[in-house]
Design a protein around this ligand. Structure first.
Ligand SMILES: [Fe+2]
Length: 322
């Protein structure tokens, strides 16, 4: 293997055993990333694997939920388990980038099956406190993040197999959002979408368009070739779902970043968000997701119930209905 091919090819560590240690140390790890598109909510779930050790993490798994019937299913999460099994992977981590408002997290389900550790950004405790009031939850419900095995601080480093995972605090969409940077891949979830879809909304409780701009700038400081994996794709003009870009691609093509600055972005984002109705699953989802992806405990009849606060958001847009 020549040095030129190493520099341009971004090869995996497993292919570099004959390279000199000095060269290897400079190369970014290239994790195996498999995205699983969940079409109902436009979410992408990821399995990120260390090609060398076959240890893996799941990022942002979805628990299927039909609000019309109140049914839950594990079809989407089971796809991840199948992939893990078929590829001989060992699941070490079940990670969420933030408490999602558009889908229920399958973190609790996957933990029960695999025993892998769950993790989320440490500021999730602030979101827990915020929504505890909105749901009027009893004092006994903890808001210390104890529903997860680990809470990640900004800049914290950890391992998936032998790959280093670094956490970048990326608030704006929510105040607890984080980006997981794993080798040459970054999981940016609701910050940047694919360039033809712009950026994520920043109007949920705890959201902040200015913070989102700053988080995006931080992500764009990663090397240009860094692979960026978004958490949603809504398939504009019904094109096939896509979820992988690069820092360079976003800089060149994302219209929300072109000829923009913080003030312009905040104006654009705020005006756009004002017209958006709340996500249809926000009230079912957050009470589950702030409990670490755990459904409420069954009541005396053995059935689980979700709690929906009425008129808690009187100023929310009804979208096309009004
Ligand atoms: Fe989100």
């Amino acid at each position: 293997m020549t040095i030129a091919s190493i520099q341009t090819g971004s090869p995996r560590r497993g292919e570099l055993r004959s390279a000199s240690p000095a060269i290897r140390a400079d190369l970014p790890v290239e994790p195996d990333v498999t995205g699983f598109y969940e079409g109902t909510t436009g979410s992408i779930q990821y399995v990120v694997a260390d090609p060398l050790t076959r240890k893996a993490a799941v990022i942002d798994p979805v628990l299927d939920f039909d609000p019309r019937s109140g049914s839950t299913r594990t079809t989407s999460a089971d796809r991840l388990l199948k992939h893990i099994e078929n590829n001989g992977l060992t699941l070490e981590w079940i990670l969420d980038t933030h408490p999602h408002a558009d889908h229920l997290s399958a973190a609790g389900y996957l933990k029960d099956i695999t025993g892998a550790a769950t993790g989320i950004g440490e500021r999730v405790t602030e979101v827990q406190r915020l929504w505890k009031q909105i749901y009027n939850l009893p004092d006994t419900v903890p808001t210390d993040g104890s529903q997860w095995d680990h809470l990640f601080a900004d800049g914290e480093r950890s391992k998936i197999g032998e790959m280093e995972a670094r956490v970048l605090l990326s608030p704006g969409h929510t105040l607890a959002s984080v980006t997981y940077v794993i080798g040459n891949a970054a999981f940016v979830h609701d910050t940047l979408f694919m360039p033809d879809s712009g950026t994520a909304r920043a109007d949920f409780p705890g959201g902040d368009a200015r913070q989102l701009w700053r988080s995006i700038q931080r992500i764009l400081q990663l090397p240009n070739e860094t692979r960026l994996f978004t958490g949603h794709d809504y398939r504009p003009d019904r094109r096939p779902a896509r979820w992988e870009g690069t820092v360079a691609l976003q800089k060149a093509n994302n219209p929300h970043l072109q000829n923009s600055d913080e003030a312009n972005f905040v104006k654009l984002r705020t005006e756009r968000d004002r017209s958006l109705p709340m996500p249809s699953l926000i009230l079912p989802a957050l009470q589950v997701n702030l409990a670490g992806g755990r459904l409420p405990a069954p009541e005396a009849d053995g059935r689980r119930y979700l709690k929906i606060p009425l008129d808690a958001f009187p100023d929310a847009s009804w979208g096309d209905l009004v």
